[in-house]
Write a protein of this length. Sequence first.
Length: 137
Amino acid sequence: MVQRIRSGSPYESTIGFSRAVRVGNRVLVSGTAPIPPAGQAVAQDAGDQMRRCGEIIAAALQEAGADLTMVVRTRMFITDPAHADAVGAAHAELFGEAQPAATMVVAQLLDPAWKVEVEAEAVIPGAGGQRAVGSRQ
């Protein structure tokens, strides 16, 4: 089974990607930028941008039958090392219960207003996969 999930990002059709793809018990979430709801501006604070990325990721996971507690891997791309503390603190708020394997890299992003972009991978327990050793579930 392959389920493709769209978020309405303007980049989905121009670049040709899905916000997330569920394959069996795995959900792979594409790089997610802090694109605001229609009519709103991009947040200036890096932590707030990370939280917005988390909202978009959470919505994609929910559509795939998962949630933030099922995330096993994140990759954070930040534009300046000075954003690391704020982005890391927001990551802990969003994914702290899951405690995923995580990477933070300094990179240039498509839009100069973005300070962070995030990828996530989740595993849905009991959906054809193995339960993780040491899991609190």
